[in-house]
Ligand binder design. Structure first.
Ligand code: ACO
Length: 276
């Protein structure tokens, strides 16, 4: 671990080599998202995107919980009747949970333990990968206190859940476990909570070892083609491939081809080539 990281009020940053943990840090409030936390998360993600050492970002929560959703007191009640304040914190809230995270230039993993409610779903969905503790508790609890899963939550859940599940969990507010989340592919997998960090690190190390440009362009391509017609996708993917070829500072494609075709020291089907 090094300490050359930014310090924020409601967000903690920790390093493990090229893996940077961005941690929602209001454990006494189960990491409910206050306006300050939203501003801090915007700052943290901007910092991590530009930080040369960071190859992979893990989003998680301090104190054994992921996030208890929006802070009902500081996000909702305190902003009531103040549209300017609501707009400012609302924008920051959307910016990090969807815009910045879903377009983040490096691999992202949501590490979910304990509670994850309401607005806490959005960053889980926006991350490229999600691994949960078997006994994590997910819930779209909005309906239980008379609101809808707004702020993009209803839209985000339909990006990842089947329609029946999206309707069921949004309308009933029923909780589901990490194990159930894995069964419905809301997360990639669930593991016993004692193994959660190790499991996340296995994936993070795998991602860390790959070409950063190939990871970035691949995730951008997969995300973007979802909303395209076949014709658009052909055209876009050709442009995207050419952009990667031209702009990859490591020239991974050329190096890998030489190692496979000329030097015969590398088999792409079996793993990544050794990067400089
Ligand atoms: N907003 C504001 N404060 C919260 C929130 C929240 N979403 N969640 C927890 N807290 C606060 C509690 O008020 C309490 O504060 P206090 O110590 O000053 O009284 C503290 O965090 C601890 O919470 P407890 O309820 O005492 O903890 P417990 O572990 O028993 O329960 C749980 C945790 C299940 C998360 C419960 O607090 C809860 O139901 N929270 C609300 C979850 C929710 O519905 N979130 C909103 C979703 S909708 C949206 O995000 C748009």
């Amino acid at each position: 671990m090094t300490d050359d990281v930014i310090t924020l009020e409601n967000v903690k940053i920790e390093r493990d080599g090229g893996v940077t943990f961005v941690i929602l840090n209001r454990p006494e409030k189960r990491n409910a998202m206050s306006p300050q936390l939203h501003l801090d998360m915007c700052e943290a993600l901007d910092w991590a995107a530009d930080d040369d050492q960071t190859r992979v970002v893990v989003i998680t929560g301090a104190g054994g919980n992921f996030c208890a959703g929006q802070d009902l007191k500081l996000f909702f009640r305190a902003n009531e009747g103040n549209p300017k304040a609501m707009r400012k914190t609302g924008n920051a809230s959307q910016a990090w949970r969807w815009d910045k995270l879903s377009r983040f230039p490096k691999a992202t993993i949501a590490m979910v333990h304990g509670y994850c409610f309401g607005g806490g779903f959005t960053p889980v969905i926006a991350c490229d990968f999600a691994i949960a503790a078997d006994d994590a508790t997910f819930g779209l609890s909005e309906v239980n206190w008379g609101i809808i899963p707004g702020g993009l939550v209803a839209w985000a859940v339909t990006q990842i859940m089947g329609y029946r599940d999206a309707i069921y969990y949004s309308v009933t507010g029923d909780k589901f476990s990490g194990k159930e989340a894995a069964a419905m592919k809301f997360v990639n997998k669930s593991v016993p909570v004692a193994n959660l960090r190790d499991e996340v690190m296995v994936l993070a190390r795998k991602l860390e070892a790959k070409s950063p440009s190939a990871v970035q362009y691949t995730k951008e391509a997969v995300r973007s083609v979802r909303g395209m017609s076949q014709d658009q996708a052909y055209d876009y993917l050709e442009c995207k491939s050419n952009a990667l070829k031209a702009l990859d500072p490591e020239k991974g494609r050329e190096k890998a081809m030489k190692m496979f075709l000329d030097d015969k020291v590398f088999k792409p089907g079996l793993g990544e080539f050794k990067r400089d």
